[in-house]
Ligand binder design. Sequence first.
Ligand SMILES: *[C@@H]1O[C@H](CO)[C@@H](O)[C@H](O)[C@H]1NC(C)=O
Ligand SMILES: *[C@@H]1O[C@H](CO)[C@@H](O)[C@H](O)[C@H]1NC(C)=O
Ligand SMILES: *[C@@H]1O[C@H](CO)[C@@H](O)[C@H](O)[C@H]1NC(C)=O
Ligand SMILES: *[C@@H]1O[C@H](CO)[C@@H](O)[C@H](O)[C@H]1NC(C)=O
Ligand SMILES: *[C@@H]1O[C@H](CO)[C@@H](O)[C@H](O)[C@H]1NC(C)=O
Ligand SMILES: *[C@@H]1O[C@H](CO)[C@@H](O)[C@H](O)[C@H]1NC(C)=O
Ligand SMILES: *[C@@H]1O[C@H](CO)[C@@H](O)[C@H](O)[C@H]1NC(C)=O
Ligand SMILES: *[C@@H]1O[C@H](CO)[C@@H](O)[C@H](O)[C@H]1NC(C)=O
Ligand SMILES: *[C@@H]1O[C@H](CO)[C@@H](O)[C@H](O)[C@H]1NC(C)=O
Ligand SMILES: *[C@@H]1O[C@H](CO)[C@@H](O)[C@H](O)[C@H]1NC(C)=O
Ligand SMILES: *[C@@H]1O[C@H](CO)[C@@H](O)[C@H](O)[C@H]1NC(C)=O
Ligand SMILES: CC(=O)N[C@H]1CO[C@H](CO)[C@@H](O)[C@@H]1O
Length: 586
Amino acid sequence: MKAPSVFELLFWVLAGLQTVAALQSTPTVTVKRNNHQGPVANNFITTENGQFRVNGSEFKFVGANAYWLPTLNTEEDIRDTLSNMSSHGIKVVRLWAFNDVHAIPENGTWFQLIANGTATINEGPNGLQKLDTVIRIAESLGIYVLLSLTNNWNPMPLFDNLNISLPLNPFDARELPTGTGNNLPRNFLGNDYGGMDAYVREFGTNHDDFYSNDTIVEFFNNYTTRIVSRYSNSTSVFAWEIANDPRCSSTISASDNCRTTTVTNWHARVADSVAAVDPNHLVSSGAHGFFCAECPKLFPVTAPPPPPQPSPPPGERRRRRDIGPLTKRSLLLEKKATRKSNYLSKKSSRPGEGSVRIRGRWVAPPAKRQTQGDFGVGSAFDGTFGVDSEDILNVPNISFVSFQLFPDQEQYQVGSPSDDILNPGQFFNETVQSGISWIQRQVRAAQLINKPIAMTGFGLVTQDNAPRFTSFNDSMPRGDVAVASPDNSTALYGVTDEQRNDAYSQWTNAAVAAGVQGILFWQWGQNNLTAQPGTSISPVNNATESSPVNNSTTQSPNDGYSILGVGEPAVQDIIETTADQLSPAV
Ligand SMILES: *[C@@H]1O[C@H](CO)[C@@H](O)[C@H](O)[C@H]1NC(C)=O
Ligand SMILES: *[C@@H]1O[C@H](CO)[C@@H](O)[C@H](O)[C@H]1NC(C)=O
Ligand SMILES: *[C@@H]1O[C@H](CO)[C@@H](O)[C@H](O)[C@H]1NC(C)=O
Ligand SMILES: *[C@@H]1O[C@H](CO)[C@@H](O)[C@H](O)[C@H]1NC(C)=O
Ligand SMILES: *[C@@H]1O[C@H](CO)[C@@H](O)[C@H](O)[C@H]1NC(C)=O
Ligand SMILES: *[C@@H]1O[C@H](CO)[C@@H](O)[C@H](O)[C@H]1NC(C)=O
Ligand SMILES: *[C@@H]1O[C@H](CO)[C@@H](O)[C@H](O)[C@H]1NC(C)=O
Ligand SMILES: *[C@@H]1O[C@H](CO)[C@@H](O)[C@H](O)[C@H]1NC(C)=O
Ligand SMILES: *[C@@H]1O[C@H](CO)[C@@H](O)[C@H](O)[C@H]1NC(C)=O
Ligand SMILES: *[C@@H]1O[C@H](CO)[C@@H](O)[C@H](O)[C@H]1NC(C)=O
Ligand SMILES: *[C@@H]1O[C@H](CO)[C@@H](O)[C@H](O)[C@H]1NC(C)=O
Ligand SMILES: CC(=O)N[C@H]1CO[C@H](CO)[C@@H](O)[C@@H]1O
């Protein structure tokens, strides 16, 4: 490996100084990211006074996720998809601007080879030119792209667990010997695009080496620098998202040294680096939104008075609860309530999947369920994942607040029942309510630092989609098709389509009423895409339930959240309604 250049060393020294300066200087200042201030009609997004702005006006938007867009096989497919999205009012599309491989695949898209102690970026027609195409077409349709630079999730246990013995647990591996039933093509799942662990496998040991090991930090900085500078003048980039769902651990576990401050400090370095390369675009975190009231802060909030609450839109009759700031006292009260209701409902509980801290050490998530007793006010509030999003969001070069909402995978509840994650459908009302209060808490956090806020991904698994539901740290569908009901009868996993639509309506209404300015559905689904062997759109023929179903053309990938299917028009209606609520036609 070559030694870093003088420029690079200087750069990191400067980045470090900026961070140190930020650490020392309170109160923090909300830096306006973007050279293009003022009412210049140049299409660049800026932030000002807690708003997104473009061309001198406030910008609010509905959007959708389609991580797979650059892997589609034809330009026409990319155009059809973006154009279908646009026809339903979608203005921002969130997708992956990374696609790391450890060996060059025979077919399909890849952006970076990480192997043999080095990293090689692919600028060819099956490389960054695919991303160029997406961005060019988005621009022609007036759509913005929100580009994620890496992913916390990339399960690949044949590499992660060398002691793995056959027969393999089908929930553990993607790269399985043929015959084991895992026939999902590469890039079908959002966690199959490489990411942090692709670097860690090659250059490190623990997941958090990604945040701390200088070699890895340099490789990732080189990648981001190449990508960010490639599109720094593009008027269709909404923002750079530092990472999808960053945490202390992933399939590869974390060292004893990982702290919330490790993840925050890494954000500050990357945000400074991106800002230095690209002064035109916003930068966001991509973290899930986990709180940790008691964690030490690198970027403490010295609260300015929050701006006046927006009045609810006409006809909005929802009762708006005042949730107040997140304090130790409010958490203790909630914890007390949780204990009481846990006792009353006598339900077992399990932690959210992702990462668990056991005796001070961050360990890999359980492959499947694990039972655990009382865990306080819940993993979303106690630093379980090594993430303190309030600290991250107050990093000066992070331009806006972002968060996600996935009740099938995380537990947001601080009340009863505590085990809704076993099947949010069984506790539908509580799932909806805990989602609403999660959204309101995030808005409160945004108001305290006077930055705009977007919900960058949310979804609920329906019974129709349950056979395809693959959580972010699994490489195959989980198989939660039938689950035990509280009355011990068997129930279907997931919500009905009607419940999904109800939840999506309630969440989007609550988000609009609370003041969320951008709402991105997870995830868009598109029909009639051109299939090619060895790509995300493969002509999978031996239709298992987790595979696309037809040959020459087929559907976009479905991880259990695709809106395609019988409920599709209803979700499209909700997307359109939300678009109207956010930016009413004038
Ligand atoms: C901003 O102005 C440019 C130039 O007039 C225009 O092309 C673009 O559509 C505008 N953007 C938005 C979001 O209105
Ligand atoms: C949506 O996609 C289909 C192909 O699946 C295409 O024929 C149609 O024109 C697209 N609709 C719009 C509004 O772009
Ligand atoms: C890594 O190096 C070995 C030995 O030179 C070579 O066989 C292999 O193909 C290389 N792997 C990649 C992905 O380039
Ligand atoms: C990075 O991690 C690798 C593997 O653990 C180790 O050999 C190397 O010394 C680390 N580099 C630094 C700068 O910590
Ligand atoms: C990063 O890029 C610089 C400049 O191109 C190069 O000198 C350096 O070797 C690269 N670092 C790594 C780890 O690839
Ligand atoms: C972006 O625009 C600036 C100013 O016009 C120019 O100097 C720079 O080379 C452009 N960068 C790219 C990557 O096109
Ligand atoms: C769920 O909420 C709806 C509407 O608020 C209510 O009608 C229904 O009774 C509730 N169901 C349960 C099981 O609490
Ligand atoms: C469900 O089954 C468990 C274990 O067999 C038993 O302890 C419990 O009482 C049953 N619950 C109901 C409501 O029948
Ligand atoms: C790659 O594509 C070719 C041509 O479609 C096909 O014959 C081959 O089987 C594909 N390879 C893989 C690994 O899918
Ligand atoms: C589909 O899978 C079944 C069982 O594995 C096998 O018997 C059958 O031949 C396969 N069909 C095709 C068309 O590959
Ligand atoms: C897909 O391929 C299978 C096996 O070759 C064939 O039986 C089936 O009719 C094809 N389906 C479509 C929609 O073309
Ligand atoms: C334009 C086009 O080919 N539309 C087709 C897309 O796929 C759906 C469902 O498979 C068909 O019903 C459409 O005719």
